[in-house]
Design a binder for this molecule. Sequence first.
Ligand SMILES: [Zn+2]
Length: 257
Amino acid sequence: MELFDSHCHLDFPVFDTRRDEILARCRRQGLRGIVVPAVRRATWPRLCRVCEEHELLYPVLGLHPLFMAQHGESDVAALAQELERQRPLALGEIGLDFYHGRQDAAAQQALFEAQLELAEQFRLPVILHVRKAHDTVLGCLRRYKLQGGIVHAFAGSRQQAEHYLALGFKLGLGGAMTHARARRLRRLASELPLAALVLETDAPDMLPAWQHEGPNTPENIPRYCQLLADLRVLPCEQVAVQTSANLRQVLPLPLQA
Ligand SMILES: [Zn+2]
């Protein structure tokens, strides 16, 4: 049985003293890959270095919408250069985040579209970060010829889910569905086609209901798999096999020997 964490910030310094033990335990639990998306240019080099040093980790490069103040004018050009040089699995995490309002909506959208243009040019799938902006994001996605990707920590409506699926995207589920009060999300998790879903932790963030102290780690993936299986009344093994196949459908992960 293979499992993947499709979204995890294991490059963050909070893991520096324990990354090796975490990864050793992940390997014993059946994890075969952990996708590590970037947030800003200044941390790309360390992200790439950490991923090079650990074979389970796959780097993804991009400029995150929550860090607008830290992105510089030359960052998109620098991203193009890195994509050319490193050929990562995907571009991300990118998107729109209107959770704290729309003061910088225009700047976010310009950055997002500039990166969608790169995704089209380099034929790369994208990893999306979207809060309170699904319809705007869907509108942007339709303007480009894309390879699909993943909507990370999906918490939109059934209808928005279906629009993403039609565009070749999978939906990432993780910590949010572990909370019993997330009734709408749990209903979606049980009702959407299993072929639509991938598992993620977003570690160190998005703690699951059973963990009261951070950081979150990718060691939670087997429990997320079990929970999704319970919600759908399916064997855990089937959910592991299908969600892994789903991830492989959107990201060109190497097959293990
Ligand atoms: Zn993230």
